[in-house]
Structures are given as structure tokens and as C-alpha cells.
Write a new protein. Structure first.
Length: 656
């Protein structure tokens, strides 16, 4: 009588191995019960006219007095049942529930702090309403070509609840795009748009404000919606001809700044919509009769996702935005003068962070796996799209990402891409602290030994794609000679060949004889130690610095996202999930603690905590190569400080 199906199946197999005949409730009529094994022991389990034992009785029967030597008699604050012999049967299911709730709280917290929107049209405080205004004179001014005077009249008549006719703003926008407007007119037009946003936020009712801005924020000539208009503004700032219709060229300085200001306005608009769905300050009182606008009907959703694309983060418009961002980054570092003044790359990067956070906030409560897959696909698409950008530039770009979850995924995808294009193999298991220490650190050491000035291959073959989407070409001459050919080969389904099994649990290594397997493992260990310890100087300092920066931000962002810092905080309450987890790992391995768990993210938290404890005991970091330890590069020194901080916190957890 075990409630959890996975554990019930485990005990059933164990009992059947001892030739027991196992029944499960409800019992068949002919059943003759001699023993009842229960977890937990309840009154119902004692009502079968047979001796009732907790499942720990099976362990006691098998091991006898050795149970004490095997540390089965755990005494801690986790849920447990004590038998008559003093044996404690530990139940970690409650810990899994607490960790799962902790993960949900972590996912729900806002990543972008947008405090500037707290004063935007506070619905709790009545504001003066605009009176009826006659805009007919504005229309007459526009017909007569008096655009400056018309704009001044509109600027002085913007109040909450009062919007000038959209057709007038469309006409003024069309005049601004022709290249004949003065810089004063263009600044005043931007001021009018910001005043409209402050006095009539589209993320608050009435919904007519959203429809109004959707009508204004599109190309006045083509009228194809918000995204084509936004894409045209970005393209014009990049001096590209890929606009919805020909614009004055070559790019005029005044129009460059005008379109750059338009992008900043779009960013402010979308930041406001993100703030409205993540902050409780924007939820009006019920007494006001005002309800918060639906996020699915927001302008941001309508700009980047069609009705059929909302279940995927990487929509067509998002892919185009990433392509434009990569182009802006390339030009930002190639021509630092005019483009740098516009801060185009920073604006687009902030825009990408906002839309990613907005989409994740809408989906994480419904389908966390969908969110993880969406972030992974976007990050890998970015890594593939940006392969022609130098690693140093990409590392600097990652530093500027505001969203910690987006920074984590993109930094990880870029780092894996660098490794793969350098012929370095990293595992395709989910990201964890253990993977960073045992897989990414050796990969970083190998990056440091790449020949200085060697180019990374950027044109992968279609048949060399790993299971995580990063591509690498095994035929490239740049692959390390010591890496066997075909090591990264995959089958037709895209799974890694060396990770396939025979339908059971045996892989290719398991099928070898014991002597052959030991010889291969010995050679691998010997080769790894030679690569790590013989090199006392980094041959490629720029690549080492770029990799160190990426890995440092991966570790730092991972701590912020997964909450590893909370596991070692001395201020935690005595029954917090973090301290309960540390106490459990003090006497159990993470495999024992997570036995029967169904929440994989909670299980990875346990593995992360165990890795932190191992770091505190001095494991993992002792084999780091001399070339990395003695590198004086700024980013590598920063990475070493982060690793030392992890070791110190792990040591504090161990001693505590």
C-alpha cells in the first residue's frame, strides 16, 4: 500500500525478486494476505487482518544491523516515519513539493525593473479630464500645408480621455517621413507621441486607445501594421533599402534620429505593456469599475505574433528582429561613429528582452516546458545567426542583456557554438552547475589552446547538427587531430550516435569487454589530464577572454535564475526548502533524495546543491589548467572570482 506509483513499482519488483506474490488494493477475492507493506502506515493499512510494516522493513530484513552502518537511520527535519526499532524511513516527497513551489515563485518574479511607469496615469487618483476640443482647425492647417502650426495645436490639447483624430497624426507622420520637416518639428512630433502615452496608456481601458495607436503606428502610405513600420524604421537606421516603400536617401541625419526616436518610443510602449502584466501596482480597484486590459490583445502581441504563432516564441517577426539586431551589432563595431550615437544595438537588444519576458510571463503558468523550449530555440537561432560576429563582440553583447533568463540562454548557446566550431565536444544534457564545472571549464581550457588568429568555421554541414541545435562540421581541418572522426555524428533522427543504447540501458561503451573499457577510460583520463596540465600559457588570449566572459555570465545568471544563493543563506528559516535540502544531502546522495520524483527541475536543483557542496569540499576545480589559473585577463580573473565564491559558499554550507 504505497501511494506513489513509481515507488510502488520499485518495491513490487524488489518483493517479486524474493518470490513474493504481490497484491495491490483493491484485493482480489481469493487473496490471502500474510504481510502488509505500507507507506505511510495508516489505519486503513492495518485493517487487513495481517501484520502491517512500513516499507523500511524490507531494507531492515535485507541488511539487518548493517542499516546503521549504511546511515539509514537519518534524523532531520524532513518528513519521516519511525519504526519500533528506531529505524527512520525518510520521505522526500514533501521536499519535492516545496522545491516545485519555490521554482514557480522564481519563474513568476519580474526580471525587468520598470519603475518609471508607476506614475503613468494612476487609476487610483482621478486626473483632470480634457474638455471637448474642436480639431477642425487642425485639419484646415494640414490641408494648407501648415504642418508645424497643426502640430502645435495638437500638442496643447492632449489630456486623459482626449485623443486627436488619428488621421491628423497620420498626415503629420507622412510629412515627417518625406525628409522636408525641420528637426524642431520632428522633436515636437515625438513629444506629442510621448504625451499621448503618458496621458492615455494603451495598457489601461478603454480599449479604444490600443485601436487608436494601432491605426497611428503604421506606415502612412503602406498601412500594413505595426511590425512592417517598426522594421522599416530599423532598416532605415541601418542604411538599408529593405523598407516597405522607398524613403529619402541617402539616409538623412535628421531622419536617422527621427526613426531612432520612433524605435525608442516603441520600446517605451512595449515596456509599459510588460509592466502592466508583471506589476500589481497597475491592477485597479474593483470600486473604480476599471479592469486591466487583456495581455493577449496587447499591441506587443499583435506586433510580433500572429494568432497562429502565439504558442511559439520564435515567430517570423522575432526571427527578423534577431537578424536586424545581429546586423546592427556588426555595424556598431565596424562603424562606431554615427551608428554608435544612435545606440541602435542597445535599443534592439532591450526590445528583444521585453518581448521575451512578455511572452514568458504569458505562458509559464500554463506550460513551463513550452517556455523552456521557446527560450532554447530562440537562443540557438541567435547563435547560428550571429556566427559571423567575432566572439569578443558577442561576449560584450551578452553583458548588455537586461533579462537574466534571456542572458543565460543566449550566453549558453553562444558558448556551445564556439566550442562546437572549435571541434570541442560538450554534453547535450540540460544546463546545470555540474555541467558548467565538469564540461564547460575543460572546454574553456581547450579554447585557450586554439592557435592564435585561427578562424572558427561558420558554415556547418546540415548532417552534423547536435541534439541541441548547434551545428558543427566534422570534416573541417580545424578539428583537433586527437578528436576521432565521427565523434559528433548523429543518425537520421538527429540523436547523438554514441549515446544510443540497445533498447535497454546498455550503450556502446557497455558492450565492450571489461579490459577494453578500462583501457579506453584510462586513455581518456590520461589525455584530458595532459591537455589540462601541460599547457602553462594561453595560446589564444582573446578567445579565452571571450569564453571566460560568457561562462562567467552563464554561472552568474544561472544562480539568479535558479536561486542557488538561497541554498546557502544563513538567514533562511529552519524549515526553508534550501536548508532542508542541504540537510538531506548531508547524509544522502542526490539520486537517493530524488528517487521517484517527477519534477525534473526540482531534481536539477538537488544536483546543483550537491555540486555546490562538492565544490566546498575541494572537488572539481583542482584539475584546472595552469594557463587559465595564471591568466591575467580581466574576464578570466572575474570568472576565477566567481568560482572561488562558489567554493567558499559550498564550504560554508558544509561546515554549517
Amino acid at each position: 500500500m504505497v501511494r506513489e506509483p513509481s515507488r510502488r513499482a520499485m518495491f513490487k519488483r524488489l518483493l517479486k525478486a524474493g518470490r513474493a506474490k504481490v497484491y495491490h488494493c483493491p484485493l482480489p477475492p481469493h487473496a490471502s494476505v500474510t504481510h502488509v507493506m505500507a507507506k505511510p502506515v495508516t489505519e486503513d493499512s492495518k485493517s487487513h487482518n495481517a501484520p502491517c510494516y512500513p516499507v523500511s522493513h524490507i531494507v531492515q530484513h535485507l541488511f539487518g544491523s548493517n542499516c546503521v552502518d549504511m546511515k539509514f537511520n537519518i534524523t532531520n527535519d524532513v518528513s519521516a516515519e519511525t519504526t519500533q526499532d528506531g529505524f527512520v524511513d525518510v520521505d522526500f516527497s514533501k521536499l519535492e513539493t516545496e522545491l516545485r513551489d519555490y521554482i514557480i515563485r522564481q519563474d513568476a518574479r519580474p526580471r525587468l525593473c520598470l519603475l518609471e511607469f508607476l506614475g503613468y496615469h494612476d487609476p487610483h487618483r482621478p486626473q483632470p479630464q480634457g474638455t471637448e476640443t474642436d480639431f477642425s482647425n487642425v485639419g484646415s492647417m494640414i490641408e494648407c500645408g501648415l504642418f508645424t502650426e497643426a502640430l502645435d495645436s495638437i500638442k496643447s490639447a492632449i489630456f486623459p480621455g482626449l485623443l486627436p483624430p488619428a488621421s491628423y497624426l497620420v498626415s503629420l507622420l507622412e510629412y515627417a517621413q518625406q525628409g522636408n520637416a525641420t528637426s524642431v518639428f520632428l522633436r515636437n512630433f515625438q513629444q506629442v507621441m510621448y504625451n499621448l502615452l503618458v496621458t492615455n496608456p494603451p495598457w489601461l481601458p478603454p480599449s479604444t486607445v490600443k485601436k487608436y495607436l494601432a491605426q497611428v503606428l503604421q506606415c502612412p502610405r503602406c498601412k500594413m501594421g505595426l511590425w512592417p513600420f517598426l522594421e522599416t524604421a530599423i532598416s532605415y537606421c541601418l542604411s538599408s533599402d529593405a523598407t516597405c516603400h522607398p524613403l529619402p536617401g541617402p539616409a538623412l541625419p535628421t531622419l536617422l534620429h527621427f526613426h531612432s526616436d520612433l524605435l525608442a518610443f516603441f520600446l517605451k510602449l512595449f515596456q509599459g505593456e510588460l509592466h502592466s502584466v508583471t506589476s500589481g501596482d497597475f491592477v485597479p480597484h474593483e470600486s473604480t469599475g476599471v479592469s486591466q486590459a487583456s495581455a493577449t490583445g496587447s499591441l506587443l502581441y499583435g506586433t510580433f505574433w500572429t494568432v497562429w504563432e502565439r504558442s511559439t516564441l520564435l515567430s517570423r517577426a522575432v526571427k527578423q528582429l534577431i537578424q536586424l539586431l545581429v546586423q546592427a551589432v556588426s555595424e556598431d563595431y565596424a562603424e562606431r561613429e554615427e551608428v554608435q550615437k544612435l545606440h541602435l544595438a542597445e535599443t534592439l537588444l532591450d526590445l528583444l528582452s521585453v518581448l521575451v519576458e512578455f511572452w514568458c510571463q504569458q505562458h509559464f503558468k500554463l506550460n513551463q516546458n513550452l517556455v523552456e523550449k521557446g527560450l532554447k530555440d530562440l537562443a540557438e537561432h541567435f547563435a547560428v545567426t550571429s556566427q559571423d560576429v567575432s566572439p569578443e563582440v558577442l561576449a560584450e553583447l551578452v553583458v548588455r542583456i537586461c533579462s537574466t533568463r534571456l542572458k543565460l540562454m543566449i550566453a549558453d548557446a553562444i558558448f556551445r557554438s564556439l566550442c562546437c566550431r572549435s571541434g570541442i565536444t560538450v554534453g547535450d544534457e540540460p544546463l546545470s552547475l555540474k555541467k558548467m564545472v565538469l564540461s564547460y571549464m575543460p572546454a574553456l581550457e581547450n579554447l585557450a589552446q586554439r592557435p592564435s588568429g585561427a578562424c572558427l568555421r561558420t558554415k556547418p554541414t546540415p548532417h552534423s547538427r547536435t541534439s541541441q541545435g548547434t551545428r558543427c562540421s566534422p570534416q573541417s581541418s580545424l578539428v583537433n587531430e586527437n578528436v576521432p572522426r565521427g565523434l559528433n555524428r548523429v543518425n537520421a533522427a538527429g540523436s547523438a550516435i554514441l549515446q544510443q543504447n540497445d533498447g535497454g540501458e546498455r550503450n556502446a561503451l557497455d558492450l565492450l569487454s571489461t579490459s577494453q573499457r578500462e583501457e579506453l577510460l584510462h586513455s581518456a583520463r590520461l589525455g584530458d589530464s595532459t591537455l589540462r596540465n601541460d599547457c602553462s600559457e594561453a595560446l589564444n588570449l582573446p578567445l579565452l577572454e571571450a569564453g571566460s566572459s560568457l561562462l562567467a555570465h552563464i554561472i552568474f545568471s544561472y544562480q539568479q535564475e535558479r536561486g542557488l544563493t538561497g541554498h546557502s543563506q544563513p538567514s533562511d528559516e529552519s524549515h526553508s526548502p534550501g536548508l532542508l535540502l542541504l540537510r538531506a544531502l548531508g547524509t544522502h546522495s542526490h539520486q537517493t533524495v530524488t528517487l521517484g520524483w517527477t519534477n525534473q527541475r526540482a531534481a536539477r536543483l538537488v544536483e546543483d546543491a550537491e555540486t555546490l557542496l562538492e565544490l566546498g569540499r575541494g572537488s572539481y576545480l583542482g584539475q584546472m589548467s595552469l594557463a587559465v589559473r595564471e591568466c591575467k585577463g580581466e574576464n578570466t580573473l572575474f570568472l576565477m572570482e566567481i568560482l572561488e565564491d562558489l567554493r567558499s559558499r559550498g564550504k560554508g554550507c558544509t561546515s554549517g
